[in-house]
Design a protein around this ligand. Structure first.
Ligand code: SAH
Ligand code: SF4
Ligand code: F3S
Length: 439
């Protein structure tokens, strides 16, 4: 076999996987490999998988099957991400087509593992050494105007339904200095908006530094217009972070703060360490600090033992908070997690019906939120070319996509008046171009 020259990386799951996918691409690029024009043509395909919900492994194996070409050949296939971590060597037994298996904390070894594949081996690396990969990865090259920066890896919360603590390992914060360096590299490369990532990003710490102080250190970077962070846990919503939402203009008024359920009995069974009232108290503090803040969340319906009354409490907390957007999931039993073997598993039909009711409610809230912005002025970060000639698309502070006719370029900040709310976006009219420096 000749050395592979082109690659394709397909990432599933959360933003941390997207970040990992970008780092893998940079890593293979540093080896002299180039991105393939299409996945089918690539010499190497990396499937960067997610294990969070049911059939994740099955989906990954069917992706592997789809990579067979018409002439019977196939690319070198690397199974990466959280399914790789969970399946380990088992993956090689289940599919002969998988050439290597690499977990989310070991992918800095990908080039070496590809050389082992060339030599005829089928290597597996699912070690979880905290943070080793970051030191071994190349410097950040040109990234998008909006870029992710993983500041924390893993999770120690052990919610009883969740696989993440097993697939990503223990919660570890990356050191402040490394993050300031990586952020500076990204901003030099054209990034205007940074989203700091972690499974419990608001628990990030380095000595006396907290996520709030990290945000305050990043904010003055010349050219950096916006900072976001996700995902936060309600029990780690510290006062200094809430204060940053009132005091740091670069910090966007948007908070993704999952509550998962509205019933205290279910929250306890989920091992969430907070009640519905605790969550509402956090939201009240956040809104007192910055009334413009929009909320988003994650919800699970049909957790084992969830009664109609418990579910009504979820609907109620959604009503009380009023979300700009929310992700809703049917509970999915994950092998090896405590909830998978709890009694009173909820029948699928009941989960379906509850999911529909919850989705109808959050869609109505999201529609109302978008409509409430019509007639107002806001600043958007232009991040895409629109489909119509002369049209560009940008993001509002609240992560809404805004369509506007303008000759502005990707990466520009422009002021617009919002004129109409569409189902998943807004239309706007140009008022003025802008930037942090000019503001
Ligand atoms: N660390 C983040 C995100 C974890 S995964 C957090 O704690 O919020 C993203 C979301 O997937 C979770 O918030 C949860 O709503 C959902 N999820 C996790 N495990 C699940 C499961 N077994 N079934 C259904 N949804 C699940
Ligand atoms: Fe999973 Fe809970 Fe950790 Fe989030 S906090 S990653 S839901 S265990
Ligand atoms: Fe999925 Fe792993 Fe993220 S299981 S949600 S890709 S941490």
């Amino acid at each position: 076999m000749t050395a592979p020259r082109t690659f394709a990386i397909k990432s599933f799951g959360c933003q941390m996987n997207v970040y990992d996918g970008e780092r893998m691409a940079e890593l293979l690029g540093a080896e002299g490999m180039t991105p393939a024009a299409s996945g089918a043509e690539a010499d190497v395909v990396v499937l960067n998988t997610c294990h969070i919900r049911e059939k994740a492994a099955e989906k990954a194996y069917s992706e592997v099957g789809r990579l067979r070409r018409e002439d019977g050949t196939r690319p070198v296939i690397a199974l990466a991400g959280c399914v790789a971590q969970a399946e380990g060597a088992e993956a090689k037994r289940r599919s002969k087509a998988i050439d290597l298996v690499v977990g989310p904390q070991a992918y800095h070894r990908l080039p070496q593992m590809l050389r082992e594949v060339e030599a005829g081996a089928r290597p597996v690396d699912t070690d979880l050494p905290p943070l080793d990969k970051f030191a071994a990865l190349p410097r950040r090259r040109r990234a998008g105007v909006s870029a992710f920066l993983s500041v924390q890896e893993g999770c120690d919360k052990f919610c009883t339904y969740c696989v993440v603590p097993y697939t990503r390992g223990a919660e570890v914060s990356r050191p402040l200095g490394d993050l300031l360096d990586e952020a500076a590299q990204l901003v030099e490369g054209g990034t205007r908006e940074l989203t700091l990532l972690g499974q419990n990003v608001n628990a990030w710490e380095d000595g006396s530094e907290t996520l709030a102080t990290l945000i305050r250190r990043l904010a003055p970077l010349p050219g950096l217009e916006r900072i976001r962070y996700t995902t936060s846990h309600p029990i780690n919503m510290a006062d200094d972070l809430i204060a940053a939402h009132a005091e740091v203009p670069e910090l966007m008024p948007y908070l993704h703060l999952p509550v998962q359920a509205g019933s205290d009995r279910i929250l306890k069974a989920m091992n969430r360490h907070h009640t519905a009232a605790d969550y509402l108290a956090v939201i009240a503090r956040v809104r007192a600090a910055n009334p413009a803040i929009a909320l988003s969340g994650d919800f699970i319906v049909g957790f084992p033992g969830e009664t109609e009354e418990d579910f009504a409490a979820t609907l109620q907390i959604v009503e009380q908070v009023g979300y700009a957007s929310a992700f809703t999931f049917k509970y999915s039993a994950r092998p090896g997690t405590p909830a998978a073997t709890m009694g009173d598993q909820v029948p699928e039909a009941v989960k379906d019906e509850r999911l529909q009711r919850l989705q109808a409610l959050v869609m109505e809230q999201s529609r109302r939120f978008n409509a409430s912005k019509v007639g107002t002025e806001t600043r958007i970060l232009v991040d895409r070319v629109g489909r119509k000639p002369g049209q560009m698309i940008g993001k509002s502070p609240w992560l809404q996509s805004v369509f506007v006719d303008t000759d502005a370029q990707i990466g520009d900040m422009i002021d617009v008046r919002l004129t109409a709310a569409l189902p998943n976006s807004l239309a706007g009219e140009l008022i003025a171009r802008n930037s942090k420096q000019a503001a």
